[in-house]
Structure formats: C-alpha cells, structure tokens
Design a protein around this ligand. Sequence first.
Ligand SMILES: NC(=O)c1ccc[n+]([C@@H]2O[C@H](COP(=O)([O-])OP(=O)(O)OC[C@H]3O[C@@H](n4cnc5c(N)ncnc54)[C@H](O)[C@@H]3O)[C@@H](O)[C@H]2O)c1
Length: 351
Amino acid sequence: MTEKLRFGIIGGGVIGPTHAEAITSIADATLVAVADIKSGVAQKVTDKYGGTPYTSIEEMLKDEQLDVVTVCTPSGFHGRHACMAMRSGRHVIVEKPMEITHAAIEEMLHVQQEHKVKLAVISQHRFDPASIQVHQLIEEKAFGKLVLGNAIIPWWRSQAYYDSGAWRGTRQLDGGGVLINQAIHSIDLLQWLMGPVKSIFAYTDTLAHQMETEDAAVAVLRFANGALGTIAATTGAYPGVATRIEILGDKGSAIIENDQLSYLHLASEDKEEIGAYGVNASTQKPESSGDATSSNPAAVSVNSHALQITDMIRAIREDSTPLVDGQSARKAVDIILGIYESASTKREVTL
Ligand SMILES: NC(=O)c1ccc[n+]([C@@H]2O[C@H](COP(=O)([O-])OP(=O)(O)OC[C@H]3O[C@@H](n4cnc5c(N)ncnc54)[C@H](O)[C@@H]3O)[C@@H](O)[C@H]2O)c1
C-alpha cells in the first residue's frame, strides 16, 4: 500500500469537521467522502475539506474505495455504524465513547475479529505530551507506590447545548450525561495511568439542567494495584473550570491540569534528604487557567485528533495495534457503566 490511505467520515456535525481537518492535515491520508443523513451537512464539510458528499452511509461504502472510515455520529449509533464499515472490510476509527452498552461493545469486538480489520477509538488526550510523560514515568515506577488517583472535571454546558440535539443527554443515544460524554476523556486517562479499576461506589444527580441523565457525579474507586481514587464531574460548573488529573505516589506526584503538566515532583530528583513532612516542593504554575473544551464543546484541538489518526495509519502500515484499540477503549466505558450501576443500586460495584 504505497498510495495515501483513503478516508471516509460518517457524521458531519460538531466533531465530523474536526476529523476532516485532521485527515487533510496528514500527508499520508486523503479525505475521499463524507456521509451524513441530514441534507446539506456532508456537502458543507466536503465544500471546505474536499471529497464527495453522501446522505447514505450504505451508498458511500458501496461507491467509494475507502481504507479507513471514521464514525462521528451520536454515541448510541457508534456500534451500528462501525460494524457496517467493518463488515465492508474497512478499518474504523470511532469517536468516544466506544459505545454505550456492553452488548454493543462486544459486537464491535466480534465483528472486528471476524473481518480482520483494525478498530481504534478516539481518546485524543492519550496523545498529549503531558499524558505520555506521566505514563512513561509510571512505567518506570518513578512515583513509587501509587496511593491516590483523582480526576476532577468541573465543566460547563448550557441548557441550549443539551437542547441543540435531540440525542444529547438522553439515555438511549448519549448513554448518560456528563460521565459518558464529557468526563470520559479524563476517566480514560485516569485508568490508563493508574491501571485497572477494581471497585466503585458512586452518586450521580441532575442538578443544573433539564435533562434525562446526570449532570453531576462523584465516585470513589479502588484500583487493582491497591490505590484509591476519586472522580468528580459536572457540566454545571459555570463558566467551566480547569480539568485536573492527580497521580499521587509515595515517591512522587504529578498533576495534569488542562492537558498540561502543572506539577511534577519526584523523590529521585531531591537533593536534600526527605524529612518526616516531605520537602517544600515549589509548585509550577499552570500555563493556562481555562480549558477551552471545559466551556465550549466545539473547541477541540485538531492536532490531538491528527496524532491519533496518524497512530492508526502507523498500525495499518505496520500491521500492528493502534494505541487506543477496542479492548483498551472499553475500559473507560466499563468504569462509567459501573458508576451508573452503583449510583442506581446504592451498592459497591466490582468490575
Ligand atoms: N473527541 C472529542 O473531543 C469529541 C467532541 C465532540 C463530540 N464527540 C463525539 O462525537 C460524536 C458526535 O458528536 P457531535 O457533537 O458531533 O454530534 P452532532 O449531533 O453535532 O453530529 C452528529 C451527526 O451525525 C449525523 N447522523 C446521525 N445519524 C446518522 C446516520 N444514520 N447516518 C449518517 N449520519 C447520521 C447527524 O445528522 C449529525 O450531523 C459523539 O459520540 C460525541 O461523544 C467527541
């Protein structure tokens, strides 16, 4: 395969154009077609980024020679649309969340194996330099014994955001509220850095919006490695406050704030002897105080998507596995479905 990889996009709403821009920014990729069921939506994307517009996924898959299809439709359609593309022999990149039920995820993994194609799920913050650096340090055991892992996602979405699409905030197509739509990015990072979650206890509530699902959630976690953790997430924190991931161990700690490494202190780099109260670590100031996506869903950096699409191209070219494949991506959804189960049964849930 020496020619550029040929891409098609399903769904041209808010995130579809980000995929189009990312694909057209990659030298080894070309955007061939976009399909959106809503008249004029695909046309708008192809007018700007090139390719042929379709209003039918079936016709796009039948008429176009495509290597990779990216799925940017509402979350509860991901499985159906990803499986259509995989059954037609195409590799698939699906937006987060991978799907909203265990059954749909199982089917996606089954179809992927059956048709011997590659499946990646967008979790673009795994490609942020700060996430990669902290992950590398954890692999090197630089933080010693991991003790606490926390994810705090105090975002803001207006009522108009939830009213802007009939599927937003619904159980049937969004699969839930703040956890499965917004906080999933940080939950995926937390489990990637801290390792598998073993058990969960949680509360969820709807406090600041008229919607079917939760706009506020807290969960306490026990990780398989024995560490404890918390998740606190909302879309009701005006105007959208910094996203924070804390990795705290007995030989070092790191804080990622708005995708940047805002604090890192390792015992291995201390010149003075560590006293009973630790050392007076000077905390680096975060570089920015507002994360664009904490208040604006459309403010997604194209660069991170381009890095993840490039990782999929690498996996196809080398016949290896993309960094966030289906098995890896399902873990964040499993945690979120565990939180929903704990909140509704008022019991601890073991994964
Ligand atoms: N990675 C990120 O940072 C990020 C950001 C935003 C959204 N997302 C995810 O992307 C997905 C889409 O979100 P959005 O905000 O772009 O939604 P959206 O409603 O703006 O766009 C979805 C599009 O899918 C189209 N569609 C629906 N059914 C279809 C069908 N059967 N065939 C063809 N097209 C169909 C709709 O017409 C619409 O244009 C969601 O799963 C969301 O979680 C990810």
